[in-house]
Ligand binder design. Structure first.
Ligand SMILES: *[C@@H]1O[C@H](CO)[C@@H](O)[C@H](O)[C@H]1NC(C)=O
Ligand SMILES: *[C@@H]1O[C@H](CO)[C@@H](O)[C@H](O)[C@H]1NC(C)=O
Length: 176
């Protein structure tokens, strides 16, 4: 196990512990933008925020199966004194492991009105929708930095990017 993977697992297990204790976090989406592929965008994240509540809405358009030929990574940056600073929260896995360890655990719960597959891999090519998603950040817990956060998720094969999504959000402590 690489040090990097080990760190991620450590961070995630701390997050799970914190879940029991923490009041949870509130997430407000600021912007969602699609990351284009270096040459072609095989995985299109066509989301935007809608309404005053800034719910996530839109479609995923996968032009090929998303399987273990690809790797997925998420990097989380936080704004500090006007500069983006990397945090120790990040993940980088082959697709199926990413889906199981990151997506299914930390994001799938938010996608209620959606046909994006959960608990399965590979994800077949096709168009999937998600409507009016309110991001539930409760189990992201204490390990996440509060304030303005930038999350960059990329799908790559080798060094080549085939799509991704960048999200700016504000995380705050939930008021009980
Ligand atoms: C992507 O485009 C660059 C420059 O146009 C080229 O050098 C590279 O081989 C291409 N990569 C793939 C995977 O198509
Ligand atoms: C929200 O997403 C759904 C599913 O893609 C789409 O049909 C609908 O038009 C979107 N609503 C808005 C307000 O963009």
């Amino acid at each position: 196990m690489s040090l990097e993977v080990h760190n991620v697992l450590l961070v995630l297990s701390i997050a799970n512990l914190a879940l029991v204790r923490a009041a949870g976090l509130e997430c407000r989406l600021e912007t969602i933008s699609k990351v284009f592929g270096d040459n072609e965008t095989l995985f299109e994240f066509n989301f935007r925020t809608i309404g005053r509540q800034r719910l996530l809405n839109g479609t995923l358009n996968f032009h090929v199966d998303l399987d273990d030929d690809y790797e997925m990574s998420t990097e989380v940056l936080s704004l500090r004194d006007g500069e983006w600073e990397s945090t120790n929260v990040g993940a980088h896995f082959k697709t199926c492991k990413y889906m199981a360890l990151i997506y299914d655990k930390y994001f799938a719960v938010s996608f209620k009105d959606s046909n994006i597959p959960k608990g399965t891999c590979p994800i077949k090519k096709g168009e999937y929708y998600a409507r009016n998603v309110e991001v539930i950040a409760d189990n992201w817990a204490h390990y996440a930095k509060l304030g303005l956060i930038r999350s960059l998720t990329l799908i790559k094969k080798g060094k080549v990017v085939y799509g991704g999504v960048e999200i700016l959000m504000v995380l705050s402590q939930k008021i009980m």
